[in-house]
Write a protein that binds this ligand. Structure first.
Ligand code: THG
Length: 367
């Protein structure tokens, strides 16, 4: 056993105590926070997500709040997606790129008011990036981290639980849309969203002193549906074809390579960061694309690994398996294959992993 030494640079989730009480057994790091990724029984957590309802501490999906007279313009400059179509109380999934068209984060951008936005970020520092861009462009915008902690409620029964808690109006919420709500005076934004394809909501708690109280209220409301703890599940998200920025992308990955081209609008203003590069990439075509890989055999892959593994054909490297997992649904090892574009659905390939050669087939996504 070892001890985690708290420092000023590691912020605790306000649901931390609640997850410890639930028996959290593993964390990963995300945005300088701890993100729970285990409660001792991964099969039970997966089953809950697929058939019932699970609650996830995803406070590590930190918010970057942009306000002020130039907030809308700055948000558009950061986002190579037409934000003029986003109305108040709506969210959009965005591939934020650098000047080379490389994805540097894939947040959900929530529009709270005409001059107020949250970037609900993946694991890279968008506070620094947004401030630097605002300063370089001379924009009047204030960029801060608000007191916001998302709690995800995911699974086919999530809607029943959240409706029980907040009222039937939540059933009408559209994907990525959100509304302010309150339970016992606890303020939050309620969105239909979450990093799974099993359906669900995210409660963006807006008072970090109420973390344990909110956790317990949701748990109580979910009793009739057998609610329990869970986490962004590697098996479910790979089966569903959900990409993880920083795991399935590298230092040169652009949106068109990994199925995010549909979230890019090339006709946004020229001042949008990366848009010239993205137009060129679109015109010239991509070198690689992301497919599924189904392996013939091999020991069950554990949920995560630290390296990409080479995919070979006839002794030539054609790409990498970025993440792989033993799929409970398919009872096979599956993974994402970022490979040269001339390799397609149905092609036979070899995965070279830990001195083993495992044969497999490329497939379209989702599996
Ligand atoms: N919720 C919140 N913040 C987040 C995440 C989240 N920040 C980090 C990370 N997740 C951002 N990444 C994603 C990736 C995919 C989706 C959401 C956030 C997602 N995608 C759907 C899909 O790909 O099918 C729908 C996208 C669409 O059609 O617009 O939901 O989970 N708060």
């Amino acid at each position: 056993m070892f001890e985690m030494i708290p420092t000023m640079r590691m912020r605790n989730s306000c649901f931390f105590e609640a997850t410890v009480a639930e028996g959290v057994s593993g964390f990963c790091h995300y945005n300088y926070m701890l993100l729970p990724v285990g409660y001792g029984d991964p099969d039970a957590c997966y089953h809950r997500l697929m058939n019932g309802v699970a609650m996830w501490d995803v406070a590590a999906q930190r918010q970057v709040e942009i306000t002020g007279p130039d907030a809308a313009r700055l948000t558009q400059i950061l986002a190579p997606r037409d934000m003029s179509k986003c109305v108040v109380n709506q969210g959009k999934y965005v591939a934020i790129c650098n000047h080379a068209g490389t994805i540097i984060n894939d947040p959900i951008i929530l529009k709270l008011a005409e001059d107020r936005f949250w970037l609900s970020i993946a694991d890279s520092n968008m506070l620094f990036w947004s401030r630097a861009i605002a300063a370089e462009r001379g924009l009047k915008a204030s960029i801060t981290e608000p007191d916001v902690s998302p709690l995800a409620v995911q699974g086919p029964q999530a809607e029943n639980v959240v409706a029980h808690l907040l009222g039937d109006w939540v059933r009408e919420l559209k994907y990525f849309w959100f509304k302010p709500a309150e339970i016992e005076g606890i303020p939050m934004m309620v969105a239909r969203s979450g990093w799974s394809k099993q359906g669900g909501f995210e409660l963006y708690l807006m008072d970090e002193s109420k973390g344990t109280q909110l956790w317990n209220l949701v748990r109580e409301a979910g009793k009739g549906w057998d609610i329990g703890p869970g986490y962004p599940d590697a098996c479910e998200r790979i089966e569903s074809g959900l990409i993880s920025w920083g795991g399935d992308s590298d230092d040169t990955t652009n949106p068109f390579e990994i199925g995010m081209g549909k979230y890019v609008d090339l006709d946004v203003p020229d001042e949008v960061i990366g848009i010239q590069a993205l137009r060129e990439i679109k015109q010239n075509g991509v070198r690689r694309h992301n497919l599924g890989l189904v392996l013939d055999e091999g020991a069950p892959l554990t949920a995560s690994h630290r390296y990409w593994y080479p995919i070979m054909v006839d002794g030539q490297k054609i790409g990498d398996m970025t993440n792989g997992v033993f799929s409970r649904k398919l009872q096979r090892n599956i993974g994402f294959a970022l490979v040269a574009t001339r390799y397609q659905n149905g092609d036979r390939v070899e995965l070279h992993k830990d001195n083993q050669v495992i044969k497999g087939t490329l497939t379209n996504l989702p599996f």
